[in-house]
Design a protein around this ligand. Structure first.
Ligand SMILES: [Zn+2]
Length: 451
């Protein structure tokens, strides 16, 4: 948030914002300054040898560390480990250049039992890549701010002739030094206007990375794509040809989505979703592994069509990688508090807490008994806890992933859960109509895509 002549500027990632308090909340999540203290206590059984990081046949759920509320994440991992580790793999991702090396080490030390650790280089944030557009969409605030960028030469080092072998090697060594166990290639923005040149560069950088990594089984080719690469069939075919031709078998792909319809919304564009499905299914048929970065429940949907993994997090900036915009308003006096929102897993959607309570009162769904919801409801006077609500979302996403993983047919399992959500919505509509930001607009889109 910026204040200029009583005009307040907010950065949001959705078309609708029905409460200025919500905008304030989203804005915080997109900012680079870490507000978390460093003294996070290690959790879990650190006397045990951590499992060696591997990519197995189980679906992978990655949790991206957010700037706010991340102190609750060690407890989330413990809950996921005890309940769902027979069915899913899980791992941790930090936005490497948006943290200091000390912060990354402290965070990784706080989750000693999580073996798969990624320090995402986010090289797309370079000013000669996607950084200028990101800054323009964020009220002139850079994606990687001054408090951390000085630690990461690879983000600012001039590359007048494009990426070099030594630059790629530096990106890799920074990840190892941060404690990462799964290494990513730099992940520069793939310009569709220069599709052949961009893809040649992906291939070249993958080769340089292969020479720099210690274990080629723990290396993923990292791509950051404008959505045209998925929605345009010609670009998608070019992309797939290169991915199938590479020796590497693991791909970590982040796609820039259009503005979300709702806060905490899902991708609704069917041409992009169809491209995701084509990408996931073709890679799967060719024994390649697709991890969709920053996809949240949309990534969960794709598990039914051949994707291997998804990443999500506590905040909207971790659940999607969507365009942002700036809202400018004149406001005096204190801003309203954010709307308490909860993940209503039977609806596969985040809705406001009052509406959730009204649905539960109808008796169609049970109340969640997870440790985070139990804390949330144990006091009627305590303020709504956003960390507990976010932790519930992560635990439920792990449960939904485990349900798909344990089914004989993953697509049927996803379809069944989407059908149940559509039915629940219809069943409650007369008493609790779901409108505005409570409307799970993605359900009908998903249902059509799953036939
Ligand atoms: Zn819960």
């Amino acid at each position: 948030m910026n204040e200029q002549n009583n005009e307040i500027h907010f950065v949001v990632d959705s078309e609708s914002v029905d409460n200025v308090g919500d905008a304030d909340e989203l804005d915080h999540e997109l900012r680079y300054e870490s507000v978390e203290p460093l003294d996070i206590e290690p959790s879990g059984n650190s006397s045990q040898e951590a499992f060696e990081a591997t990519i197995t046949a189980k679906p992978l759920m990655l949790i991206q560390r957010s700037h706010q509320h991340s102190k609750i994440l060690p407890q989330v991992y413990n809950e996921i480990a005890s309940k769902y580790s027979d069915y899913i793999d899980y791992g941790a991702v930090v936005p490497m250049p948006r943290m200091s090396p000390k912060q990354i080490k402290a965070y990784f030390n706080s989750i000693p039992d999580v073996s798969l650790k990624i320090a995402d280089p986010e090289s797309f944030a370079r000013m000669d890549s996607f950084g200028k557009t990101l800054r323009d969409q964020r009220d002139d605030q850079p994606y990687v701010g001054p408090s951390t960028i000085s630690n990461w030469d690879y983000l600012t080092k001039p590359l007048p002739n494009g990426p070099t072998k030594s630059w790629v090697s530096e990106v890799v060594s920074n990840q190892y030094e941060s404690g990462a166990t799964l290494i990513l290639s730099p992940g520069l923005w793939l310009d569709p206007a220069n599709s052949t040149g961009s893809l040649d560069s992906v291939r070249e950088q993958a080769e340089w990375c292969r020479e720099a990594v210690q274990d080629s089984d723990l290396f993923a080719v990292n791509l950051t794509l404008p959505s045209a690469w998925l929605s345009n069939p010609i670009l998608l075919e070019k992309l797939l040809n290169v991915l199938l031709d590479l020796d590497e078998s693991t791909f970590y792909i982040r796609v820039r989505w259009p503005l979300l319809a709702n806060p905490y919304g899902q991708l609704l564009d069917t041409s992009i979703l169809s491209g995701y499905i084509e990408l996931a299914s073709v890679l799967d048929e060719n024994d390649k592994v697709l991890i969709t970065a920053n996809t949240g429940l949309t990534g969960w949907l794709l598990l039914g069509r051949g994707a291997h993994g998804l990443s999500t997090g506590l905040g909207t900036g971790e659940r999607s990688f969507a365009d942002t915009r700036v809202i400018k308003i004149k406001q005096k006096g204190p801003r309203p508090a954010p709307t308490p929102r909860v993940f209503e897993s039977p609806l596969l959607h985040v809705i406001d807490k009052n509406t959730s309570d009204r649905i539960h009162a109808l008796g169609n769904t049970g109340t969640c008994g997870c440790v985070f919801c139990t804390h949330q409801s144990s006091s009627t006077t305590a303020p709504f806890s956003k960390p507990n609500a976010g932790a519930h979302y992560l635990l439920e996403t792990a449960r939904l992933t485990a349900e798909v993983a344990s089914a004989d047919n993953r697509l049927d399992a996803v379809k069944s859960l989407v059908d149940d959500a559509v039915s629940l919505r219809l069943a409650v509509a007369k008493n609790v109509p779901l409108t505005g930001t409570n409307d799970p607009k993605h359900l009908s889109v998903w249902k059509n895509l799953l036939v």
